[in-house]
Design a protein around this ligand. Structure first.
Ligand code: FA5
Length: 346
């Protein structure tokens, strides 16, 4: 029996390295440990062992069983590891870049804003920012806007409830909170912070109770510009705007200043642009925004001496410029997050 057991162990030891699949392993295991297996037969043979040899043979049989079980366990572990590796496929190198990574791109409005900023930075303007949530004083009073001006109407401007308590917004008095309806608020904040000369642009989001259509949105973007120095004239304003439109729309683009009214500028103009480089839109006047010479009352509100300082200001719609540059015929495309639209600008 001793030899029989040793032969079984030798057989198992030599057979298991060749077993690669679970089915083959189970089939082989059955020939050893199954009901008709060799080890099972050896165990059955215990009854024929003489009584005095039984303890020694029983011990040997147990040891043999444990030895064979250990070989089974190791074989099964190896087969399972191979199965897992097969499921996972070829080994991966986690340090390689992902082959099909979807890289993002800048939104067309961000691209347009950056284009506009780059043009103004080239000629010495710096970017100033202000809060979207504002107070009535910064949005209207300081900008010389009379109490009864229609822009102050709750039908045009989004006011916050009286009781709203808002952190992080500098208040000037006890005026109401509102969502800023233009970026001209940043003129005031910049002038209150710094002494002239001053040359800033301020891009940002603004809010109005406008009904949405192809060219209007209740929430859009503007870029404000402000220059304060001694002896600034309309000629300087026209020159900077001519420079700007040539940078954005190409050579031959020019600006027309059309008389208008804004409470914070005197004189005030609508700012129109014409360019030969726009296909169907070429050579016709297109409105970009408003502008004018800073009203002396605005200087008084921020503590600048209007006898000493002069300046110009302008405000343009960023959507408007993006639509003209790219030939987009509906402002709503900008806000729908439709990849078919956005990917055209990637
Ligand atoms: C203003 O907001 C003035 N603050 C501009 C200004 C600044 C004048 C400094 C003088 C000195 P206005 O309301 O016209 O002006 O808006 C300026 C531009 O914003 C418009 O020409 C247009 O391009 C854009 N705009 C106005 N309303 C909307 C809207 N609902 N949706 C999209 N763009 C708009």
């Amino acid at each position: 029996m001793k030899e029989q057991l040793a032969a079984i162990v030798t057989e198992v030891e030599s057979a298991v390295p060749a077993l690669e699949k679970r089915a083959a392993f189970e089939a082989f295991k059955a020939t050893i440990s199954g009901p008709n297996g060799k080890l099972t037969a050896a165990m059955k043979g215990m009854k024929d062992v003489p009584k005095e040899d039984k303890p020694a043979m029983g011990k040997l049989l147990n040891e043999t069983k444990q030895q064979i079980e250990a070989l089974y366990a190791a074989t099964l572990e190896r087969i399972e590891a191979a199965e897992t590796a097969e499921k996972l496929g070829p080994p991966i190198d986690p340090t390689l870049p992902c082959p099909d990574i979807a890289s993002g791109s800048l939104h067309p409005l961000t691209q347009t804003r950056r284009l506009m900023e780059a043009a103004f930075r080239k000629v010495g303007f710096t970017v100033a920012e202000g809060p979207e949530l504002e107070t009535e004083w910064f949005c209207f009073d300081a900008l010389n806007t009379p109490e009864d001006h229609p822009a102050r109407d709750a039908q045009d401007t989004l006011f916050l409830p009286e009781a709203a308590a808002v952190d992080n917004v500098t208040k000037h008095g006890s005026e109401r909170y509102l969502m800023r309806s233009h970026t001209s608020t940043v003129q005031i904040r910049a002038m209150m912070k710094e002494e002239p000369p001053l040359r800033i642009i301020s891009p940002g989001r603004v809010f109005r109770r406008d009904t949405t259509d192809a060219t209007h949105s209740a929430n859009f973007h503007q870029m404000e510009g402000l220059y304060v120095d001694k002896n600034v004239t309309v000629v300087d304003l026209k020159a900077i705007l001519d420079y700007f439109v040539a940078e954005i729309f190409g050579k031959g683009s020019t600006v027309r200043l059309r008389p208008s009214f804004f409470p914070f500028t005197e004189p005030s103009f609508e700012l129109d642009m014409k360019t030969p480089n726009l296909g169907k839109l070429s050579n016709q006047w297109i409105e970009l925004g408003g502008c004018g010479m800073v009203d002396p009352n605005v200087f008084r509100h921020v503590g600048y001496d209007p006898e000493k300082w002069t300046g110009y200001a302008f405000g343009m719609g960023i959507e408007r410029i993006a639509m003209i540059v790219h030939g987009i015929d509906d402002i709503r495309y900008f806000y729908q997050n439709d990849l078919r639209f956005l990917q055209q600008f990637a």
